[in-house]
Design a binder for this molecule. Structure first.
Ligand SMILES: [Mg+2]
Length: 420
């Protein structure tokens, strides 16, 4: 197939990183006893959301029911999903990637693109070595395997990362494109959904190579613009740039929980406090502090009652925020009204680093420094043993048997220490 450009090496290069069986791999990394064993995640939903490679080898697939798995494969370890844990691992994984390549687009919780252009000279390394170093650093630091693909465009990089799994590293240079497209069904090309694949087949296009080899005239005649763009990308011509993700995506963070309507004051406050713990945990993982706290309660009639607090100092520490939360709750709570949902929003998020620089040597910096150290230890423990291991005492009434709504569940703390 004649390629118009990029026959020689990589004038431009895009890396695609995909963590393998991500949720299950994180569970195995956190608990080494699970290493090498078939692990399935998704117990609380009743459906398999992730399978370890050992489980895949048995024939377990995503989307199977948990009941089916239990029946057919009694040896499989089945776990609840813990999205906070996975998002923390995701942040850490992308932080490692950003150390190598400054332009990183976080595409999903376990996938990212990075622009490698110009990095060979800067790092004095080949693209292959850069890819290998990223993989090895992630494996060493986090204990999870990723597959990496490097090629001229996003569409080709995705094909490359998918080529060898798990733990793969595949480079597709301009002159090798046809080798990788030949046996790839066109339906597996990123952006070609079932409908477009059906149209392709009608026109006699079955493999990715058939599509890439078609003439421009043919493509323009039969397909819409998105397919034309994919056609270009398959031929090594960049259409889709890598757009760096920024922390601005997280201008606010909210956490809420629903339950069977209740007027139990202690229970409602505990639920609110627990939501605050979760929101603060997430903000800390992103290195963010909030300037505003919004507390809301939804009553039985679905009316929302909210109260907003502006903090004198931005914070992501429940120890500082709980007294404010309690005051807000006292204003919102009404006797003899049943509430069905409570939640918190951390708003006006600001980067911790920027804030600390602006503080210079004001007195507050010390107390915030202590809190930061304290919560760093708390977070470590909760990541390892579960998110309710260390919580503030006010959250404890959650452990009172209360019927939670279907689909939501709370573990009972193994050990709770009052941090106040
Ligand atoms: Mg993946």
């Amino acid at each position: 197939m004649p390629y118009p450009i990029n026959i020689h090496s990589f004038p431009q290069a895009i890396l695609h990183l995909d963590a393998n069986a991500f949720f299950a791999s994180v569970e195995q990394a956190v608990n080494p006893e699970l290493m090498g064993k078939p692990v399935v995640v998704g117990k609380e939903r009743g459906i398999v959301t992730a399978v370890s490679y050992e489980g895949k080898a048995l024939g377990i697939k995503r989307g199977m029911t948990i009941r089916e798995v239990q029946k057919k494969f009694p040896e499989v370890i089945i776990l609840n999903s813990d999205y906070e844990k996975y998002s923390l691992y995701s942040i850490k994984m992308f932080d490692i990637l950003k150390k190598f390549c400054p332009i990183v687009e976080e595409y999903s919780i376990d996938e990212a693109f990075a622009d490698l252009q110009g990095l060979r000279g800067y790092l004095h390394q080949s693209y292959e070595t850069i890819g290998l170093n990223i993989k090895e650093t992630i494996k060493r630091a986090l204990g999870i395997k990723v597959s990496i693909g490097i090629s001229l465009t996003k569409v080709l990089a995705k094909i490359a990362s998918n080529y060898k799994k798990p733990d793969g590293l595949t480079l597709i240079s301009g002159r090798e494109i046809h080798r990788y497209l030949r046996d790839l069904p066109v339906s597996e090309v990123w952006g070609i959904g079932p409908q477009r694949a059906a149209l392709c087949e009608k026109l006699g296009i079955y493999s990715a190579l058939d599509l890439a080899s078609a003439s421009e005239e043919f493509i323009r005649k039969h397909f819409s613009k998105p397919v034309y763009e994919i056609w270009l990308e398959l031929r090594g011509i960049q259409v889709y740039p890598v757009v760096a993700s920024t922390k601005d995506q997280y201008k606010s963070l909210s956490k809420a929980l629903s339950f069977v309507p209740t007027e139990d004051k202690e229970f409602l406050l505990a639920q609110l406090a627990f939501n605050l713990e979760r929101a603060c945990f997430k903000a800390r993982q992103y290195g963010l502090l909030a300037k505003r706290l919004i507390v809301f309660l939804k009553d039985e009639e679905f009316q929302t009652h909210s109260f907003e607090i502006k903090m004198s100092l931005p914070s992501a520490y429940p120890k500082e925020l709980l007294p404010l939360l309690t005051q807000a709750f006292e204003r919102l709570y009404k006797k003899e009204v049943k509430f069905r949902q409570v939640g918190v929003i951390l708003a006006d998020l600001t980067s911790k680093r920027v804030f600390q620089l602006s503080l210079f040597k004001r007195d507050h910096s010390n107390s915030q420094g202590c809190l930061e150290t304290l919560y760093r230890s708390v977070d470590k423990i909760n990541i390892k043993y579960g998110r309710t291991t260390l919580v503030h005492g006010v959250c404890l009434p959650i452990t009172k048997e209360k019927p939670l709504k279907k689909g939501s569940s709370l573990k009972i703390p193994l050990l709770s220490i009052n941090l106040t």
